[in-house]
Design a binder for this molecule. Structure first.
Ligand code: PMV
Length: 340
């Protein structure tokens, strides 16, 4: 009889600044993307495992302390789908527990951090059973990508993370690449950058991300979008290296609005922004013009607004958020620096 062993892991959620939108083949991105971890939004996973060829699969799946059949089936399907690249999935009997430190129902995607935490556990098991893995993070990132594209960017905890082949010889479609900053660059940027999330509406998404990506297959602007993303990657990468927050901010806002413009001009079309999302955008722009601060926004495929700003400007910006933006949102998840 084989013994029962246990592994555990945690992973941060991430926010994309150049957005991944459109995919092909086996979860390959149509364009490269770049993101930053969201340290205040974490998922945790623990797995009890034993080798059992004849009875492999998930024995139990607990999400936040309760048995969850929907997640259990989803992860079982995922494990089956990766059996060619992760043959252990045909040999393991698993008891899985996951949880998040941020509200599940707040309209913040937890799939990236959850799948990243699951993939981290899978590679730990592989190391125990099969032996040393050379590039543990690359392997975990590849496995996370096969669960949900943006999850591959949640393996890394470095300042920025790139996924997808760029036109400047950085990045791979298979897994992510870290972008680390020198202390000098961090100082100039007022590091860390914070991400305060205004939950404008926590209603379930009108369109799943898989449906959203599929809309790009036949989109009239598909080629132009891919070009735009490559150019934005080039500009944002150099803005980061040069600690040029103004250019960085211009790109992230352009990307957020482009993502929504693409959805509004798809067939069928989707308007995912809420009237309050638009009000917040206007107020952020006004505040920035009046104060010269580095407060920028980005948005995922939903109505919630991510406010991005350097920690050193936190006092005045948090005051502005509390006084002017809180009333336009259902709830808020304040940006916090990473504890490390
Ligand atoms: O990882 P998915 O399939 O949920 O797609 C995520 C897409 C966006 O969040 C809209 C953009 C991104 O790069 O994270």
């Amino acid at each position: 009889m084989s013994t029962v062993q246990q592994v555990s892991s945690e992973a941060f959620s991430n926010i994309a600044f150049v957005k991944y939108w459109g995919k092909y083949g086996r979860q390959y991105p149509c364009n490269p993307s770049i993101s930053m971890p969201i340290p205040q939004c974490k998922s945790f996973c623990s797995m009890e495992f034993e080798l059992d060829d004849s009875n492999h699969g998930i024995e139990s799946f607990e999400f936040e302390g309760s048995e969850n059949t929907e997640f259990k089936n989803r992860i079982n399907n995922y494990l089956e789908s990766i059996s060619d690249v992760y043959p252990l999935s045909n040999k393991l009997r698993l008891k899985i527990k996951t949880s998040n430190n941020f509200p599940h129902s707040a309209g913040i995607a937890s799939s990236a951090s959850a799948f990243a935490a699951i993939a981290k556990c899978l590679v730990q098991i592989e190391e125990i059973v099969v032996g040393k893995i050379e590039n543990l993070n690359d392997r975990a990132s590849m496995l996370a990508r096969l669960a949900s594209g943006s999850a591959c960017r949640s393996i890394s905890e470095s300042e920025f993370t790139i996924w997808g082949k760029t036109k400047f010889d950085i990045g791979s479609n298979e897994f992510t690449q870290d972008v680390q900053l020198s202390d000098q660059t961090k100082d100039k940027l007022g590091w860390p950058l914070l991400d305060t999330i205004l939950v404008v509406s926590s209603e379930t998404k009108k369109v799943s991300s898989s449906q959203g990506h599929a809309l790009m297959n036949t989109h009239l602007y598909k080629d132009a979008r891919i070009e735009q993303a490559h150019e934005n990657m080039r500009v944002i990468y150099s803005a980061i290296q040069n600690a040029d927050l103004k250019t960085f901010g211009e790109i992230i806002e352009n990307e957020a609005l482009s993502l929504h413009a693409l959805m509004m001009t798809s067939y069928p079309s989707f308007c995912l922004l809420h009237p309050n999302s638009l009000k917040i955008i206007e107020l952020v722009k006004e505040f920035r013009e009046q104060t010269g601060t580095n407060l920028y926004f980005t948005i995922d495929a939903g109505p919630n607004i991510h406010l991005i700003y350097p920690n050193i400007e936190k006092k005045i910006i948090n005051e502005f958020i509390t006084t002017n933006l809180l009333s336009l949102s259902e709830s808020i998840i304040w940006g916090e620096p990473s504890e490390q």
